[in-house]
Design a protein around this ligand. Structure first.
Ligand SMILES: [Zn+2]
Length: 204
């Protein structure tokens, strides 16, 4: 049975034991585009990735399943080298408890997502970034595009185009990076991790 066949079994819930960590070569590969129309396997994997994020954000479920909270997950993190990403960004990141269904700014599985244009302006999250595949803190500004336009295929095989800014733009860029073998700390200035280039937006 392939890795993906195991992950998409009806009885399987993705948990932290499915998430590979830095050092695993899959995280450094450029993942393959998924073939269209989408296979059932790729659709189910996407759903399960979103389920994982939902579970990870529910304090009770997360505790029970031993999950670290996450807002994004990419298939390469599950050792499946395909361009599949899931993003689940709650509207109010500070809110307590599991958010209701309409409480997300982004709740999507994206296939073959790519950046088609971006702002000249850069941006970084004030608190830096973390990653489910990185079991340590790496402080510093992760320098990304402040605004991006992305294209992807949705779960219904429809081509979508989306403009993103702010936190959502950072999350999606982090996940697209995973499908290109890039880790968040690759984008931190090595000599001065908190360097702020002229005009760079710091997102609180
Ligand atoms: Zn990550």
């Amino acid at each position: 049975m392939t890795r993906q066949e195991n992950l998409v079994k009806a009885s399987h819930l993705i948990d932290m034991t499915d998430v590979i960590r830095e050092g695993n070569p899959t995280l450094r590969e450029v993942a393959s585009d998924v073939t269209l129309p989408l296979s059932d396997e790729d659709i189910i994997l996407g759903e399960k990735m979103l389920d994982f994020l939902r579970n990870s954000q529910d304090p009770v479920t997360a505790e029970k399943m031993g999950l670290r909270g996450g807002v994004g997950l990419a298939a390469p993190q599950l050792d499946v080298s395909k361009k599949i990403i899931a993003c689940l960004v709650p509207k109010d990141l500070e809110s307590e408890g599991a958010p209701a269904n309409d409480a997300y700014t982004l709740a999507t599985v994206m296939y073959n997502a790519k950046i088609v244009s971006h702002s000249v302006q850069d941006a970084a999250l004030a608190d830096g970034e973390g990653c489910l595949s990185v079991d340590r803190e790496v402080p510093g500004y992760v320098v990304r595009h402040a605004r991006v336009t992305i294209e992807y295929i949705d779960k219904n095989n429809e081509k979508k185009r989306l403009k993103l800014k702010g936190y959502d733009a950072m999350v999606v860029q982090h996940e697209i990076d995973h499908t290109n073998g890039i880790m968040f700390y690759d984008r931190i200035n090595e000599t001065n991790p908190f360097a702020v280039k002229d005009g760079m937006l710091i997102i609180e």
